[in-house]
Ligand binder design. Structure first.
Ligand code: FO1
Length: 322
């Protein structure tokens, strides 16, 4: 990519995979000398807990781009302490299996205060994004409050965070739901960003609970289908396995095989009824290229392990070159 062909880039992202990939996109674009990226972040796994609003995916991207993230745990702030959390546990408040770090709580308190003062989620994210130089524009997928519920095979229903962090996705899910999402609207600027983009990248995030809610906000899917930009997805599956997290359990629940080709087919080709023009496959899955091509999506093959920022930047660069 040269300085005279700097594209307007939009990234759809959520979770650890999304934040690592976004770091790579920022780095790849910095090398062009004129970075210009908008990151649309999943807010489907947000929740209220102990009176504060948590936005795990917004915070993952915020902390990673701001250089504040705990890279070992994969969530929360580096070097955080848990004094307030111990007090909350002593009071029997919150969830005993869910840790709210002290520094992280500062973010939740600030966010909750601004929301209580009447700010929209977009305005709150804008304020959060001012503290550290992020190098990208970050937008929540919607200003509407949306949660993710897991419907269990035994008939139960849990908030996604309880299913994910307490039960580590071990309770068999039958479906994932975002109650009320059908009435949500894209956050201000999202449809315009997608329409005005040269390229839209779908991060290697969980296709069901990170990218799924973004695509379920009425208007976003249509924007992706009608943009003049190329829409390029990056496979979250390497060598037939999920790279991290428990996305395989989520995929199985919605009837999608844990393979790079099946996830591409799940997103679908823009020429048909889907959202993708091209799909970046891991070298380990190169033999799936023909199946991806067969569903009308152009397959591309590259190393996909996001071992460090340079590796993530090389992946982003391969996607941008599509
Ligand atoms: N993940 C955990 O596995 N255990 C936790 O106690 C935990 C706390 C937590 C607090 C704030 C936050 O923003 C995220 C937190 N996460 C925790 C991560 C989160 O549950 C998920 O990994 C994401 O929501 C999935 O994208």
């Amino acid at each position: 990519m040269t300085a005279f062909s700097v594209p307007h880039v939009v990234v759809l992202a959520g979770g650890v995979g999304g934040s690592k990939f976004t770091l790579g996109v920022r780095e790849a674009l910095r090398r062009t000398g004129a970075p210009d990226a908008t990151v649309i972040v999943n807010t489907g796994d947000d929740l209220w807990l102990s009176g504060v609003r948590l936005q795990p995916d917004i915070d993952s991207v915020l902390y990673a781009l701001g250089g504040q993230n705990d890279t070992v745990r994969g969530w929360g702030r580096a070097g955080d302490t848990e004094r307030v959390n111990e007090e909350l546990q002593a009071w029997g408040a919150g969830w005993p299996w869910f840790t709210l770090g002290d520094l992280d709580l500062g973010t939740h308190l600030a966010r909750t205060g601004w929301l209580r003062d009447g700010a929209t989620v977009t305005e709150v994210v804008e304020r959060l994004a001012r503290r550290w130089p992020l190098g990208v524009r970050m937008l929540p997928m919607t200003d509407t409050e949306v949660d993710t519920h897991v419907l269990l095979e035994d008939g139960g229903r849990l908030h996604f965070q309880e299913w994910w962090t307490r039960h580590r996705a071990t309770l068999a899910p039958a479906a994932f739901e975002n109650p009320g999402i059908e009435n949500a609207v894209p956050a201000p600027g999202i449809v315009e960003a997608i329409a005005g983009a040269d390229i839209v990248l779908v991060a290697p995030s969980n296709p069901v609970v990170s990218i799924g809610p973004i695509l379920a906000v009425p208007g976003i899917r249509d924007a992706l289908r009608t943009t003049r930009a190329r829409v390029v997805g990056v496979s979250p599956i390497i060598g037939g396995r999920v790279v991290r997290g428990m996305a395989d359990v989520c995929l199985t629940a919605i009837g999608v095989e844990t393979s790079a080709a099946a996830v591409a087919a799940h997103y679908g080709a823009r020429a048909e009824d889907g959202i993708l023009d091209a799909w970046l496959l891991a070298e380990e899955d190169a033999d799936a290229a023909a199946s991806v091509d067969a569903v009308g999506i152009r397959p591309l093959v590259a190393p996909l392990w996001m071992t460090d920022v340079d590796a993530s930047a090389a992946i982003a660069d391969a996607a941008l070159r599509a």
